[in-house]
Design a protein around this ligand. Sequence first.
Ligand code: ZN
Length: 632
Amino acid sequence: MTAVDEIKARLDIVDVVSEHASLRKSGSNYKGLCPFHSEKTPSFIVFPATQTWHCFGACGTGGDVFSFVMKRENLDFAEALRTLAQKAGVQLEPTRQRDTERDKHLEKLFEIHAAAVAFYQGVLRSAAGQTARAYAAQRGLDEETIGKFQLGYAPDEWRALGGHLIERGYERQDLLEAGLIIAHEDGGTYDRFRGRFIIPIRDTRGQVIGFGGRILAEGQPKYLNSPQTPLFNKSHVLFGLDLAKGAIRAKGYVVIVEGYMDVLQAHQAGFGNVVASMGTALTEQHLGLLKRMTKRYILSLDPDLAGDQGTLRGLTVARQTLDREIVPVPTARGWIRYESRLDADIRIMTLPPGQDPDDLIRETPEQWIPMVEAAIPVVDYYFQVSTRDLKMTEAKGKAEAVRRLGPILSEIRDEVERTHYVQKLARLISADEGTVRRQLSVSRPRQHSRRAGEPQQPAEQPRPSTFALEEYCLAVLLRRPDFLERVHALFEGLSLPMLQEDDFERVENRTLYAVWRQMKEGHDWQAWADALPDALQAQLDLILAHGPDTEALARDEVVRDIERAVLLLRRKGLERVSQNLRILFETMERGDAAAAGYSRTMVRVTAERAAIEHALSERTSLGRREERERVL
Ligand SMILES: [Zn+2]
């Protein structure tokens, strides 16, 4: 249950409204003078059965306890949530307690990183940056990319950065802690990055937290990263994510590559939904950063490593580490557990041998999207790699295939999906399904056994069995704002009011729609999403994660679906109003002065419902005709 639902369950709307308006019982409902407009006969009704209110007078609007408080006290959603949570005695999840002392220290480290970036950028532009600029040109990086990613150069000197920062008043101890300088045995210090092309690593907010450095002369290692610091832990950071957030949300999926250069090249070519894991195995924390944006992950694996023994060994390692809190990935079981648990869709893309995304995008950018689209589900991928070296015609090979793939299949939680792969395995080893199932049940590990001390997994967000209509409409419009015009035109054509906040029943959806509509054109919608209060962000995440893939569907198809969906949405809203009106009529007292007003509203609502029904039936028959024509 979300905090909103819990609050609504605990509070009675009649009590809350009564604090602001004097209500009188009228049948099973309550009525009073509308607190939002001035009137002499009461047309403001509160419906205890549905816990809603409606003004049948000048306002012509209604809602639940949240919308009442927001409207009445002029609060935004977050404020209303706090107010009502307090009233209902519902504990909201605490916003992160800030330790000011520690924050100040981290702030200092951020500042040092920012100063270091400026220094490296300056050197790149100076005469000393000549080789680095040539390197950037050779890699095909343009000025815009260099600026956007704040690329720089660390001169091949022992104390260039350290000297510069200390001169500017920074403490040696802080520079050490930031990992930018290294202490020498003799007590002196020297720069960590020397003679390297510098790639700043930023957190999701865009603050620099570390560096990657590519050596330009001969030497090892080719890439050097900042060490682990209070700001930087490479298992928790995805390179490029600060710039990729918007594109990931817009596209509905993320592509995870291995190197900095891959990301730079992808973004430069306009593929903005690409991030890199910086040469470490992907961790669950990495994916945690993404899960707010999407549940569709495409991994680009280095083809030279993807099928090698290391990956296959991962299968065994995975078994040993299964009960650890952090599931190391990529291992088949790690991935699949993660996929099942988070309801994620993980696919693997493999590039032609000897090519990485950097080369591919630079040489043949038109091939990138087809490659991404050809990515295969992670289980299919492990079928491929784990049977590559086996002779399927021999008994030994078959037995080994079952031994390797069995544990993977047992991780698949979805029964239908598991059956699919059991059948696939049966075909692969030319056995019947029953044999494979028996074999698997022998090798199946105990499930649901949690070792003492292992933290319990947080409860999963219950996923609605069908993606609700309201959320569907929001998901499409948020992804494709250009469709709003179509929706407005549709209603205009039917002489109906535009799509509005009132069309949504759930307060989170109402509010999301309202604040989204208020956002000015051209406004950075990522910034908008980030600034939403937690409860709304959670709803936004849910909507975007489960929404339809507007990219994958044909435009006509999406338009047809959204038009139908908003019609259904409006119909639902009108049904709510007319249901309330019916209750009113049934319980109305003789000589109720507002009766004429109710009747007028009922006439309007009935007419609007008829218009909607007509439009819907036209669409259905149109759809049938199109279908028939296609068949013919
Ligand atoms: Zn009113």
